[in-house]
Design a protein around this ligand. Sequence first.
Ligand SMILES: Nc1ncnc2c1ncn2[C@@H]1O[C@H](COP(=O)(O)OP(=O)(O)OP(=O)(O)O)[C@@H](O)[C@H]1O
Length: 637
Amino acid sequence: MVIQVGSGEINDLSILNILNENNLLYELRIRYKKGIIYTYIGDVLIAINPFKQLNIYEKQQHDLYKHIQYRNHSPPHIFWIADHAYRKLCLSKQSQCIIVTGESGSGKTESTKLMVSHIIYCSGNSGDRELQNRIIETSPLLEAFGNAQTCMNQNSSRFGKYLQLNFTDNGRIVGAKVYEYLLEKSRIVQHGSNERTFHFFYYLFAGLEKEDLNYFHLNDPETYRILKDPSGEKVFPNQTDFDHCRQMFNTQKNIMKRMGFTDKDINIVFTILSAILHLTNIQFTRDDETDGVYIEDEYPLEVVCTLLALDQEILTMALISTFSITKGEHVISLKNFDQANDCRDALAKALYERLFSWIVKQINNLLQPTRRNNSIDDDIYLTCSILDMSGFENFQMNSFEQLCINITNEHLQYYFNEHIFVQEQQDYQTEGISYEKIHFQNNEDLIALFMDSLGILALLDEESHFPKANDESLVQKFHSHCKYHSRYIKPKGNETTFGIHHYAGKVVYDAHGFLEKNRDNLSINLIECMKKSGMDLIKHLFLLTDEINHSSISPYTMIGYNKKHPNWYRKSSANEHIQDHMTEQTNKSNQQELKFFKTNIHFKEYFNQNTVAFHFKISLAELLDRMKDTEPSFVRI
Ligand SMILES: Nc1ncnc2c1ncn2[C@@H]1O[C@H](COP(=O)(O)OP(=O)(O)OP(=O)(O)O)[C@@H](O)[C@H]1O
């Protein structure tokens, strides 16, 4: 049979004799015009965002794809991927992972939600209804705190999510767990024109009644720095937007209640959000006599202290000065204008990040698998996970956040190549099947460019430890070490930019602010101040010295996720020490000592690697480690 490319009838593009980019795009375009958004290429599903509601996700479709015997009996659908993964889990008793990739705004989060709903539908009858509803409501709740309007997407996820569903051997869902990655916390203090900070801040103003607004000392939304649009657009551009935010406020509050958040929990969340709004409104005035700063209008400061039960004098001192003990002497040095502003913003970012992690932790407590045979080890369950990571980003201005997101996407692309091309060809070889070698764009060299001991992240960390380094010196360092790499672009002229030829295209990064973002200095004085709060949660959030408490690394993460390839993580010099210690400790087989390496905080204290890039490498390694023992499926959007 002759297969006509461009007919829009080809459900699986892998049957084409010649599958090149032109054929693929041509067929997809025709299908899209016909209203068909899903197409297979082998076991990979390609989805194109319809940007309108389609009635293809109804009960009828759930039934159609539930335990479907032959894939080609029904049109390609996102439910098939979910169903296939669930069925494989039940039949082969192997954990599954669905990896959803695509650019920002392409539809990853919507697809994730659709797949979760189908998996729950399939596993549903015998399951715990309340738990199932909680799992379904987890995504919208996280979106309220982790999503924001960007120029690409009105509801863009500003964090990555690995949602792990836990099943018994016979496919009954018993719990779930969310792992969050890379929350874009800089959005708390800065966002571009026509963009916004995280949704819930707007929901608060639209949803709280007047007396509640008063209770949190909130006034006109236009008065808050972090809500203002740089282009001068109003916080709520129109009544429709306000009404939408009001409705979302009520929806989210109800979800929180249904999820098991107490009224006290909800009040704490609103209190911290309000405190962040007031904190970021604190303004410093230069003091010419001392070269330091002072706070002229103390109102926002007073409100922060009231809301978070802090001592006003201690907070003021922590914001405008640095207190240290040198050779037994107490030394107080004054912060200059920029340092004081950075210090205030660092606290706002830390508060939000820790609040977000706490919300995720609360959700995880509520979704915990029920115990089996009195065991508390949730690893004994089979899992089906869905990875919804921020997609590849290429904005007009690309900063450190885009770099981290794009590096993550390079790893996911590498993972995809490994599974789709490399392993497939190896299987053919093992089985003695003759095949034509598949040529694909390998991005191993790019991963090395970022992760090697003299790669971009290591250079960034190294420069971050020099007090006199600046963004220009950082870029010079990149240029001198990477300029001969075929994927690295050294632009002419501009002193703080560099470019990378990513697998998904060329991106120019502006390194302005890279060092500050990577150091992410939250002063010890501020941490101490927070630890003295009269509010238990604030104390708790800042108890672990200065650290994000969500990461606990398994020693095996360090050994790498792919035995065939030299491990990037082991290569970096700081990690060589870790590796040595790991081996030593592992050889000792001393559980106590192994435990020592299991917490992030120990790594940092021990090796003094307290940078965002370092954390990023660890959480990326954790993510890949988590996916290692699962059988993957892919959705590309
Ligand atoms: N299957 C779908 N049906 C209808 N609309 C959709 C579908 N998928 C996506 N959309 C629309 O596209 C918008 C963006 O989708 P989504 O937020 O899932 O993108 P994303 O890839 O997760 O983006 P980001 O990486 O920025 O988080 C949605 O708000 C929705 O309006």
